[in-house]
Design a binder for this molecule. Structure first.
Ligand code: F2R
Ligand code: MG
Ligand code: MG
Ligand code: MG
Length: 314
């Protein structure tokens, strides 16, 4: 029997939270052994999430509550800023914190976002890390990519920050709508679908490298060395895609692969978890880990609404 759409949407949210919370213990480490991840998995107590999950839940709620009205960047900017204001300790990037502070003081998000990094705007992975919920409401690949770019632009004025959100949004859409388990994931088709929509050479090169690394069975450290594992969008989204396509049928394996590469482990774990959770559904996530997540009940409530949010079809 197939997994229900609601279970897949919940898998997307809980996969994000699980990858984020498991990865958070290792953020910034050079490399992470399986044994240290085992220890975090086996421990008791709450798995505390970071900014990645906090903002993903804000976006999911925004989309679920607005139904036919769709995305409103002005409203969403205020909601993001309020989440940061309420819990600034969740490990936000310095650029994101600065934008949210400016928005909170009344500056339009467009001006706040372009003020970062000497006017270049941010190319951090903060737009990509929170984007996955748009996959549940987009009407097709181009629409999903557009929604992804628009949600990122609130904080990430640099095109690389926005391209990262487009790629991750689209990957989540494919995992949710087209590549459901147990159908075998066609990695070349997956890469082709991503590159068709996101027309940018630097991204195509990285995604081609993913296919090659999968073919050669690269381990996480090798993959991270080749693709990157840092806080930039171009230096982290390809590793998340790699983690997923090399472990398409097992969300925990995808997350462990992402964390094993070291670097921005909470974020790469969150993005890989979103993809594998969306493909396989929440019911495939280990109960003992899900029970330790902070967002459990809230995610279930939002997933139910998001799975039936109205601006789909066409
Ligand atoms: N920031 C972190 N983790 C490190 C500190 C957390 C600490 N342990 C704590 O507990 O507080 N994690 C979170 O940030 C990443 C997402 O970042 P986001 O939202 O994109 O922020 P930002 O600051 O805009 O970009 C991140 C960094 O990228 C570099 N950068 C971006 N654009 C640049 C540009 N145009 N020129 C030069 N550098 C640029 C900067 O170093 C930014 O600070 C996630 O990992 C999330 O988990
Ligand atoms: Mg984080
Ligand atoms: Mg408006
Ligand atoms: Mg991070």
């Amino acid at each position: 029997a197939g997994v229900t759409r609601e279970d897949k949407v919940l898998g997307l949210l809980l996969g994000t939270a699980l990858g984020d919370a498991l990865g958070a213990s290792f953020e910034g480490r050079h490399a992470v052994t399986a044994r240290t991840v085992d220890a975090v998995e086996r421990a008791d107590g709450t798995l505390v999430h970071t900014d990645d999950t906090a903002l993903t839940m804000v976006l999911a709620e925004h989309l679920a509550a607005r139904d036919h009205a769709g995305l409103d960047e002005d409203v969403l900017a205020g909601e993001f800023a309020a989440a940061w204001q309420k819990e600034p300790w969740r490990g936000y990037g310095p650029g994101a914190a600065q934008v949210f502070e400016l928005i909170g003081r009344g500056m339009p998000w467009q001006r706040a976002a372009v003020s970062l990094f000497g006017g270049a705007g941010s190319y951090g992975n903060g737009g990509a890390m929170r984007v996955a919920p748009v996959a549940a409401v987009g009407t097709g690949p181009h629409h999903v990519a557009e929604l992804g770019r628009r949600t990122a632009s609130i904080t990430h004025a640099h095109e690389d920050g926005q391209h990262g959100a487009e790629v991750q949004a689209l990957a989540a859409y494919l995992a949710l709508e087209r590549e459901s388990a147990p159908r075998v994931l066609d990695i070349d088709q997956f890469r082709h679908d991503l590159t068709r929509v996101v027309r940018c050479r630097a991204w195509h090169e990285k995604l081609d490298r993913v296919s090659e690394l999968v073919r050669t069975g690269a381990d996480p450290r090798h993959a991270a060395h080749s693709l990157g594992n840092d806080v930039t969008a171009l230096g982290s989204v390809p590793m998340a895609v790699m983690s997923f396509v090399s472990n398409p049928d097992d969300p925990v394996a995808a997350i462990r692969y992402a964390i094993g590469g070291g670097g921005d482990t909470d974020t790469i774990g969150a993005m890989a978890g979103a993809l594998a959770g969306a493909r396989n559904g929440a019911s495939t996530l280990p109960e003992h880990l899900v029970a330790r997540l902070e967002v459990g009940d809230h995610a279930r409530e939002v997933a139910g609404k998001l799975a039936t949010a109205g601006h789909r079809g066409g």
